[in-house]
Each structure stands twice: as structure tokens, then as C-alpha cells.
Design a binder for this molecule. Structure first.
Ligand SMILES: Nc1ncnc2c1ncn2[C@@H]1O[C@H](COP(=O)(O)OP(=O)(O)OP(=O)(O)O)[C@@H](O)[C@H]1O
Ligand SMILES: [Mg+2]
Length: 451
């Protein structure tokens, strides 16, 4: 051991080394992770899996697996010709009175003293940047939502297959939306120049089953943003709303579905109306989530926290909404998703049946002009139920769609004729009543004459 120590001393004298320790947790908080430690872990992943003799495999949910250095394992990395020696260790000691062991994991970086400037000036920055890029590349989109009485978001991995290619709607309208989203994504400097926060609002409206939720999924997939699905009915008051909204990340879509049905509409009273209501004192104490609270976040002072965000409201009844909520500037683009047009049908036929054209298309086109059917209903008919022993062909699916369209038209017609018949019956009855009353009148006149 004496020889070893002497050898180490001579080596340190001839080739002086510097050591940097990167602990897993911040110095003053056991719970708070050191973000640079995470960056090192990401950065070393590729080198570790190629070089290290001992590795740890950690599941990251789903089919994702991360390989990282095992304890007491070392690897080398090269940067601008300099050799960087990395090691991964754990310091264990008996700390408290309960004899619980504390484990402090850390990475060490050893390099020659002459590379000090290179490491401090460039290498550490290079690690941070590379890990950021790698995280962005392997990032999984998340879908967040809030639950009752909690001011926290819970998340799941978001894997929705909807894209703008599979979304059935008019091509011009679709292209307009895609261009708008692309412009938004590339307009960081423009928003800074005009003094506006980097946000954009979309209002999606239309009957149920016309693809509002599907479009949100397509937007998230197109931009590669996370989704925050805000359940307004679970938000207690404005303070909770602010806590939730300030805890959303940038590059995200904030969604409030069915805004006409949420708690906010119950609160859309003018101040005068509120004062006149007896129970409002209690109501406001219990539930002080106001429209102005929400608006403040969308384009008030609070909108400044966080950038590159999209806000999407969906509704089935656009006419029921408070104009303040959807005025231009708050909701920059109003997008109507309506019943299935012929163009939308062609997208569905391509998706579901892999058809670009078919002799039956003309008949469908004519029927769609007179009939309101949602894309969801068309999709339901066109989808091939593969559980069946015989997979039905495209022609059968189209014929079925035509039957559905004709049947509904007939029903509508029948409905109309029934209505007509009813009104005619009513007419007859009223005429009869009139006749009766004239008869009665005549009788009373006769009686008068007699008297
Ligand atoms: N425009 C569309 N393009 C492709 N598929 C659609 C479209 N509209 C509806 N669909 C299909 O119908 C299903 C229901 O659509 P979606 O949930 O998007 O409707 P919605 O407008 O959000 O309805 P609601 O108002 O009831 O929330 C989707 O899963 C999708 O398969
Ligand atoms: Mg929906």
C-alpha cells in the first residue's frame, strides 16, 4: 500500500488532476433533484451503453428502457481531444437515531488540470445542451389533468393516433389551421417585437361528434406539445386556478372542453346581479371561480408566465358563451367543425377503406348535400369490424352508408309528413270546434227568439 500511495503521489505530481463531484440532490434539500445530475445521466447514457462493463436497466414506463452506469463503474469521454473520466458512486452512512442508512449517489468527473478552462468554459455547457436535445428527441408527450380538491396535475403518456392527415374536414380550412400553427411556432421573435405574450387561442365549436377533441389531439401531435386538460368544475377558486395554470409547462396546449357547460357559466353574472342575489355572499366564499379569473390568465397580467402556449376552448353551443370569453385576441381563431361534407367524407373513405374514388361516391355526394350526418357517424359505418370472420369490402361499406343516409332522409321526410298530418288533424278539429260553436250560437239565438 505504501508503494501504491507513493505511485499515486508521483502521478498526481506529474499529471495533476481536477475532480468535480455532481451529487444527485441539491445541497440543502434531500428531495430536490440536482438538474445537472439528471443532465449528466442523460448525456452519459449513450457512452455508458457502448462502453461500460456493468450497467443498470431502468424501466421508464411503457416499452421505454434506460440503461445507466452501475455503481463504482467508470467510463471515458473525449471532448476536443481531452480525456474526461467519469465515475458513478454512492456514499452510504448511518445517519439518524433510527439507524436508517442514507444513500447519496453522485457522479465524478476527473480531468487533467491543463484542461480546466476547456471543461469549465465549454464541456459542462456541452453536456447541458446535448442532454436537452436528447430529452427533446426521446420525450414522450403527456396528457395532464386536474382532480377535485387538488391543485396538482396528474399525467399519463399521451399516444393518440389522430393527425391532420386523418382529420376529416375541408382541405382549405385544414391548411389554414396548419399554417396558423406553423406560423405560431416560428414566431418567437415576432411576438417579442410586437410586445405580446407568445400565446394563441382557438375556439372549436360544432355539434357532438364532428371532431373537436380529435382536432386537439392532431394539434398536439403536429406541434409535439403536451396537453393540459383543465377540468374547470374541479377548480375551487381563482387562487387554485392560478396555481394550476402557473404550473403548466411551455410548449403545451391548455384545453377547456365544453366551456358552455362548466362552472364558469354559473358565475357569469354582472356585479349588480350578484349583489341582488341573497345567497351570493356564501356562493362567492365557497366557489369564487370567476370569469375574470380565467380571462386574466388568458390575456391579462398572468398570461405573461410561460410562453409558447396554446389555449383551446371547445363548445357545442357557441351562442351560449359570454362574448368576453371568445372575443378576438383571446380566442384568435374561431373554427367551426360541422357535419360531414363530401370532402370530409373522401378523407374518411381514404382512411377507413383506402379508397380514392369509387362509382358509389357520386351518390354519397348527392345524399350528403341534403343530409346532416356527423363524421363520427360516417366513421362508425365505414369502420371494418375485423372480429367478423368475413371482412366486408369497400363496396358493402359504401352501400351501407347509402342505406343509412337514405333511411335517415326517409325518417326525416316521414317525420315532416307526420307533422303535416298532425297539423291538418288539428286544423280539422278546430274547424269542427268552430262549426260546433256556430251551431251553439244559432241555438241560443233561436232560444232568444222563442222567449
Ligand atoms: N372530423 C373528423 N375526422 C375524423 N374522425 C372524426 C371526425 N369527427 C369525428 N370523428 C370520429 O368520431 C369520434 C368522435 O369525435 P370527437 O370526439 O372528436 O367529437 P367531438 O366533436 O369532440 O364531440 P363532443 O362535442 O361530443 O365532444 C372520433 O373518435 C373520431 O374517430
Ligand atoms: Mg369532444
Amino acid at each position: 500500500s505504501l508503494v501504491n500511495r507513493l505511485f499515486a503521489m508521483i502521478k498526481a505530481f506529474l499529471f495533476p488532476q481536477i475532480r468535480i463531484v455532481i451529487p444527485a440532490n441539491s445541497d440543502n434539500s434531500y428531495w430536490k433533484k440536482n438538474s445537472f445530475y439528471m443532465a449528466v445521466e442523460t448525456y452519459l447514457r449513450a457512452t455508458a451503453s457502448a462502453e461500460a462493463k456493468s450497467l443498470k436497466a431502468i424501466s421508464k414506463g411503457g416499452d421505454k428502457l434506460n440503461l445507466k452506469l452501475d455503481e463504482n463503474e467508470s467510463i471515458t469521454d473525449k471532448f476536443c481531444g481531452a480525456v474526461m473520466n467519469w465515475g458513478y458512486f454512492c456514499a452510504r452512512n448511518q445517519t439518524n437515531s433510527h439507524h436508517e442508512k442514507s444513500e447519496k449517489y453522485y457522479y465524478t468527473l476527473n480531468f487533467s488540470k491543463r484542461h480546466r478552462d476547456l471543461v469549465v468554459g465549454s464541456y459542462l455547457k456541452h453536456i447541458a445542451e446535448t442532454s436537452h436535445e436528447l430529452n427533446a428527441k426521446y420525450r414522450q408527450k403527456k396528457l395532464y389533468t386536474n382532480s377535485t380538491d387538488e391543485e396538482e396535475w396528474t399525467s399519463v403518456v399521451f399516444k393518440h393516433p389522430a393527425t391532420f392527415d386523418t382529420l376529416a374536414m375541408d382541405t382549405n380550412k385544414k391548411n389554414e389551421i396548419i399554417n396558423d400553427l406553423t406560423c405560431f411556432r416560428n414566431s418567437k421573435n415576432y411576438y417579442a417585437k410586437i410586445g405580446k405574450t407568445w400565446k394563441r387561442g382557438y375556439l372549436l365549436y360544432g355539434p357532438p361528434g364532428t371532431g373537436k377533441s380529435t382536432m386537439i389531439a392532431a394539434m398536439a401531435n403536429f406541434l409535439d406539445y403536451d396537453i393540459y386538460d383543465l377540468e374547470l368544475t374541479a377548480v375551487k377558486n381563482n387562487t387554485s386556478l392560478r396555481t394550476l395554470l402557473t404550473n403548466t409547462s411551455h410548449k403545451s396546449i391548455l384545453v377547456i372542453e365544453d366551456i358552455d357547460c362548466t362552472a364558469i357559466t354559473g358565475d357569469r353574472k354582472s356585479e349588480g346581479q350578484k349583489k341582488s342575489d341573497k345567497d351570493d355572499g356564501d356562493y362567492l366564499k365557497k366557489n369564487s371561480l370567476t370569469l375574470s379569473g380565467l380571462l386574466n390568465f388568458i390575456d391579462g397580467l398572468w398570461s405573461a408566465c410561460g410562453e409558447e402556449r396554446i389555449v383551446v376552448f371547445t363548445t357545442n353551443h357557441v351562442d351560449k358563451l359570454d362574448p368576453a370569453l371568445i372575443r378576438r385576441g383571446r380566442m384568435d381563431m374561431h373554427i367551426e367543425l360541422s357535419y360531414c361534407s363530401y370532402e370530409a367524407f373522401k378523407v374518411l373513405a381514404k382512411n377507413y377503406l383506402d379508397l380514392d374514388s369509387h362509382p358509389l361516391f357520386d351518390e354519397v355526394c348527392e345524399l350528403l348535400k341534403t343530409k346532416n350526418i356527423t363524421p363520427a357517424d360516417v366513421a362508425e359505418v365505414l369502420i371494418c369490424n375485423t372480429m367478423e370472420s368475413k371482412v366486408p369490402g369497400a363496396t358493402e361499406r359504401l352501400e351501407e352508408l347509402i342505406t343509412v343516409l337514405k333511411k335517415d332522409t326517409k325518417q326525416e321526410e316521414r317525420g315532416e309528413t307526420e307533422e303535416k298530418e298532425e297539423t291538418e288533424d288539428e286544423k280539422d278539429e278546430t274547424e269542427k270546434k268552430d262549426e260546433k260553436t256556430t251551431e251553439e250560437k244559432n241555438e241560443t239565438e233561436n232560444e232568444k227568439d222563442e222567449t
